[in-house]
Design a protein around this ligand. Structure first.
Ligand code: LLP
Length: 385
């Protein structure tokens, strides 16, 4: 878990705060290099999972590119120093300003999600006298076997171009003179632990790749998105996802043509396990049927449990007492502001420190100011002596 000097350091800090273990991040990046980048794969980090400049700088240094879904993220990627030709820009609803920003910087590729977006992008590119490189985000209609809020590759989801519209889109593309079709893009969902959906995705991607190439387009980019899940139950034993198996699956199943490169957009698997939310017990409440540990972090700092019923591991850092069952809850005026229900943890008292683990992805980025809460602090492992 955390060595005593780290816990001592935590004890002196104002809570709640996000803590990032940069050794875990660097070890994760090393595995991505070893099993992914070394095979010539391009891995774009999904900034939506974490946009802390210090984290992004390490990710950039490791040789990953950037996957953005807003003008703000494109700008952040540029500010960090990602080169424009490593930036991809996705999203079902890109505004004119956002598209113009991407065009201005000549980003590598716009992942386009609807026939109408192609028309607008073509027009805006023309105004700047530019040719926009595009990949078509295709909806492969694959069941990702994950929470319904984070599945994206089904026909009923709002994402991507449906297979039934593809031929019409391909008919139109040659007329859109300011666009250059360079790739196809997929993303079937997030926190996918069962690998079968990825195998199905590869089959669909191979089929669509053949279909589009047979129509006379030269597709150089096959982008299979992200979605690789992490182990929320056992972050210590599984601090680094099995990238060998993940990249190996694609190596075995995707049929690349000679002129094609394989691209990924990974978020959670890169940063999920390096972050923890550190919080203090404010009060304990022992009821007739329930015990509550009320902590000073809430759904405003980490919304995943409230939004997706996510179960993050909870470690008590400052108590070695006998276990008791608790609901660990935050201070926000919402019943859904509950991190875990009925979990067995060492008995806690006011002032004890708790770590909510595996919070490096979709944690700090999703915080809100609801209840006019003060923004949390951020602490990095290299700031601790
Ligand atoms: N590419 C696209 C087009 C995406 O929509 C996403 C995530 C990713 C890549 C990165 O996926 P990852 O490797 O992180 O699974 N807030 C939710 C997750 C939302 C994911 C949205 N899309 C959560 O906390 O579970």
């Amino acid at each position: 878990m955390f060595p005593s000097e780290v816990t001592d350091f935590f004890s002196a800090q104002k809570t709640p705060f996000y803590y990032y273990d940069l050794d875990v991040l660097n070890a994760t990046l090393k595995e991505i290099k070893k099993h992914g980048l070394s095979k010539g794969y391009h891995v774009h980090f999904a900034l939506k999972a974490n946009n802390q400049p210090k984290i992004l700088t390490l990710i950039k240094k490791a040789g990953l590119g950037a996957d953005c879904v807003s003008g703000g993220e494109v700008q952040r990627a540029i500010d960090i120093g990602f080169s424009a030709n490593e930036i991809v820009f996705a999203g079902v609803g890109k505004s004119n300003d956002e598209i113009e920003l991407g065009l201005k910087h000549d980003i590598f590729c716009f992942n386009c999600e609807s026939p109408q977006e192609l028309e607008v992008l073509n027009e805006l590119a023309g105004k700047q006298g530019k040719t926009a490189r595009i990949a078509l985000r295709l909806n492969p209609d694959v069941e990702a076997d994950t929470h319904r809020y984070i599945t994206t590759g089904l026909n009923e989801n709002k994402f991507g171009i449906n297979a039934s519209d593809l031929d019409e889109v391909l008919d139109r593309i040659p007329e859109l003179k300011n666009l250059k079709l360079i790739g196809i893009h997929f993303h079937i969902g997030s926190q996918i632990e069962n690998f079968t959906p990825f195998e199905v995705l590869c089959d669909r991607a191979n089929m669509l790749n053949d279909h589009i190439e047979n129509r006379g387009f030269k597709i150089s980019v096959i982008n299979v998105g992200g979605g690789f899940g992490i182990n929320y139950a056992h972050p210590n034993d599984n601090s680094i996802p099995d990238f060998k198996r993940f990249f190996g699956l694609f190596e075995d199943n995707i049929k690349l043509k000679d002129h094609q490169q394989l691209h990924f957009e990974l978020g959670r698997s890169v940063v999920g396990q390096c972050g923890s939310l550190i919080t203090r017990v404010l009060f304990t409440k022992y009821g007739e049927s329930k015990n509550f540990a009320i902590v000073d972090a809430g759904m405003t700092e980490l919304i995943r449990p409230a939004l997706y019923q996510a179960a993050h591991r909870i470690d008590v850092l400052t108590s070695a007492k006998r276990n008791k069952n608790y609901d660990v809850v935050g201070p926000i005026c919402e019943s859904s502001d509950t991190f875990r229900t009925d979990i067995s943890i060492p008995e806690v008292e006011r002032g004890d420190l708790i770590a909510i683990r595996s919070a490096g992805a979709y944690g700090e980025v999703m915080r809100s100011a609801y209840n006019l809460r003060e923004a949390n602090a951020t602490v990095y492992s290299d700031e601790i002596e």
